[in-house]
Design a protein around this ligand. Structure first.
Ligand SMILES: CC(C)(COP(=O)(O)OP(=O)(O)OC[C@H]1O[C@@H](n2cnc3c(N)ncnc32)[C@H](O)[C@@H]1OP(=O)(O)O)[C@@H](O)C(=O)NCCC(=O)NCCS
Length: 186
């Protein structure tokens, strides 16, 4: 299974059924923090919901339509990052991520995204990688901005979380962009 070591304390690995308890715990302990921006939090009520997500994400991985990896920091599962979707006809992928509150502010998502982007361009041979963030989610927007993505525009009322409609800022990195050389190993 996919495992990528970033440094002594940080690695990414494909989520497997045995990770369901830790994944559920991470969500359950961070509900208020996560539900502000993520639509699936209230639907995750028990460990079997996390197990169902992992089963679905593994099927998606096997079909080449996505890739969800756990983020392990100091041996604890602290979040998820990966390609929420991959469109192989268009050679494009859309990155998604979340982290438990206590682990934020250490650059973990930025470093994890770098590894995912490298995998996307070098192994999956993608041409376009996209990140969409709610316009008011400033912490999330700083990630594509830090990683050299270009802001393309805003989709209005594109996601509903609870009773709120959210606008999404769309960012992309494409193979012909100058900034991509940092991700491609020669
Ligand atoms: C949005 C979210 C993923 C950002 O997590 P984060 O920990 O702030 O992001 P990073 O791990 O990349 O860390 C960046 C911060 O760490 C700091 N940092 C420390 N070491 C760093 C390093 N080596 N590299 C980069 N940044 C580093 C940066 O200065 C930055 O701080 P700033 O945000 O005040 O500028 C996280 O807050 C989260 O999961 N929120 C809830 C769910 C969510 O919004 N998901 C995204 C939906 S689109």
């Amino acid at each position: 299974m996919f495992k990528h070591v970033i440094n002594d304390s940080l690695y990414l690995a494909l989520l497997e059924p045995r990770h369901s308890p830790a994944l559920f715990q991470a969500v359950d302990d961070n509900r208020d923090y996560l539900r502000r921006w993520l639509p699936w939090v209230d639907a995750t009520q028990q460990q079997s919901d996390s197990r169902q997500f992992i089963d679905w994400s593994l099927k998606q991985f096997l079909n080449g339509n996505g890739m969800h990896t756990g983020i392990w920091f100091e041996s604890i599962l602290v979040g998820v990052v990966g390609f929420a979707s991959i469109n192989s006809s268009n050679s494009s992928g859309s990155i998604g991520y979340w982290l438990v509150e206590s682990a934020q502010g250490n650059g973990l998502v930025t470093q994890s995204c770098r590894a995912i982007i490298r995998h996307g361009f070098c192994k999956l041979k993608l041409n376009r990688i996209e990140i969409r963030c709610a316009v008011d989610n400033s912490g999330s927007r700083r990630i594509p901005e830090r990683l050299g993505f270009q802001y393309e525009g805003t989709l209005r009322d594109v996601e509903k979380i609870g009773e709120r409609y959210l606008d999404h800022a769309v960012y992309s990195l494409i193979r012909r962009d100058n900034d991509i050389s940092q991700y491609i190993q020669k």
